[in-house]
Design a protein around this ligand. Structure first.
Ligand SMILES: Cc1cc2nc3c(=O)[nH]c(=O)nc-3n(C[C@H](O)[C@H](O)[C@H](O)COP(=O)(O)O)c2cc1C
Length: 405
């Protein structure tokens, strides 16, 4: 049994079996589905877990509660990795009242056919559990329309709560199973920071404005714990994770460059090496390079959220753009990323299309600031195109050094 405060317990589970979260995102270190129990005069369960883990989950709950019944189930988020166990929870606790907002219940009807024992809440509504009160904060599109957060406050005599716990749904969550420890102060969090960026950039990244709106609603509220639905409970690092969310949702980046290329026979790759060397010589320290066919795109997208500069290059393939690069540019376009510079290059053997196609992606979808002169390499690098690659790397470095976008 894992306890967070005198009244709040952990009931979640770890998934070290799944290869791809949402069928898309690699889980090298697994993932946790977090669920919490508030045990006050009334008992409240906050979110559930993916249904495959139900037997482990119900044992966790019973370990905390014994035969005690659960009065409420708060559903902060309807994504099935958190709502999947609702139907089974209702079988064990048939009188449980489900707390959600109007959109939660629209989805609950569609996903699970549940229409009864519902308590509908709006932004700012409260439910008292005894010594603690739950306050509901609507945070639509972080990252589904029904998303909300639940702020648990103790009922202080002078009206000023002395303890606040935010059950934040997927916000502030990250990939990575919990290996024994739960609260950040009990564990070495180093592996979680980049995984939080990867989680945010790939899954929530499109919704910067709704995240900013949510952060505004929480501004000035002193929090003692943030209990998200994936990864550690934040206690010591609350300022760090809220600052990370603030910066990521404003698409704020560090000085740095992602160079990403597709290649079959190495000519495009050689050009990427020349560009990287030139950017490095011009003073850029943070340069990461990826072969788009080798590295899962979620890691590339993560680093695009970290660094302001992006240079992409790929061969022409069947009168189009090398497929993996097309896919990556589509994925990046889908995330409404702002405040970035883009350079590009490509190679071909008889009729070039790659460079034009990358430019189309940028003009029509990405809208990054075009930086440097694109380079087209026929068959292999020669002195001319080598010099153009040097110029492209240098131009990007100079642009990144200027800071403002
Ligand atoms: C299956 C295939 C399709 C290709 N299609 C085209 C094409 O439509 N137009 C063209 O100019 N070159 C085409 N090429 C040639 C490559 O674009 C060219 O050799 C390029 O330099 C390869 O870059 P790399 O050495 O980085 O793999 C094709 C090559 C392959 C293997």
């Amino acid at each position: 049994m894992q306890q967070i405060t005198d009244k709040v317990f952990y009931a979640g589970v770890n998934d070290r079996n799944k290869n791809l979260f949402e069928g898309l995102w690699p889980l090298p270190n697994g993932v946790s589905y977090n669920s919490y129990l508030i045990v006050d005069d009334k008992v409240c369960l906050v979110d559930t877990v993916e249904v495959d883990f139900f037997m482990a989950y119900i044992k966790n709950i019973q370990e905390v509660l014994g035969d005690r019944r659960i009065d409420y189930l708060v559903v902060n988020h309807m994504e099935p990795d958190h709502s999947g166990a609702i139907e089974l929870i209702r079988k064990y606790y048939p009188e449980i009242q489900i707390v959600g907002n109007k959109k939660t219940f629209d989805m609950m009807r569609g996903f699970y056919g549940i229409e009864e024992n519902r308590v509908e809440v709006k932004n700012g509504d409260t439910i008292s559990l005894g010594e603690h009160t739950m306050r509901f904060v609507m945070t639509p599109m972080v990252h589904w329309p029904e998303t909300m957060m639940t702020l648990l406050e103790n009922t202080a005599e002078n009206g000023q709560p002395t303890e606040r716990i935010l059950f934040s749904g997927d916000a502030f969550g990250c990939f990575g199973a919990l290996n024994g420890g739960l609260v950040d102060s009990q564990i070495n969090c180093s592996e979680f920071w980049l995984e939080m960026v990867r989680y945010y950039s790939n899954i929530v990244g499109k919704y910067g404005t709704p995240v900013q709106n949510a952060l505004k609603k929480l501004a000035g509220v002193h929090l003692d714990y943030i209990c998200s639905t994936h990864g550690p409970v934040w206690h010591e690092n609350i300022a760090r994770v809220t600052d990370m969310y603030d910066r990521m949702s404003r698409y704020e980046t560090e000085e740095g460059l992602v160079i990403c290329y597709g290649t079959m026979y190495g000519n495009t790759e050689r050009a990427a090496e020349v560009i990287a060397r030139a950017a490095s010589e011009a003073g850029i320290k943070n340069i990461v390079m990826y072969n788009v066919s080798k590295t899962h795109h979620s890691y590339i997208i993560r680093d695009v959220f970290r660094y302001r500069g992006l240079i992409v290059g790929a061969p022409t393939y069947n009168t189009g753009l090398y497929h993996e690069m097309d896919v990556l540019l589509d994925e990046l376009s889908n995330r409404d990323i702002k405040n970035h510079c883009l350079g590009w290059f490509g190679s071909y053997a008889w009729a070039s299309k790659a460079v034009a196609r990358i430019e189309e992606w940028n003009t029509n979808h990405l809208h990054f600031e075009p930086t440097g002169t694109p380079v087209e390499i026929k068959q292999s690098l020669d002195a001319d195109t080598t010099a153009q690659c040097v110029a492209l790397g240098k131009a990007m470095a100079e642009r990144l050094k200027k800071q403002t976008l």
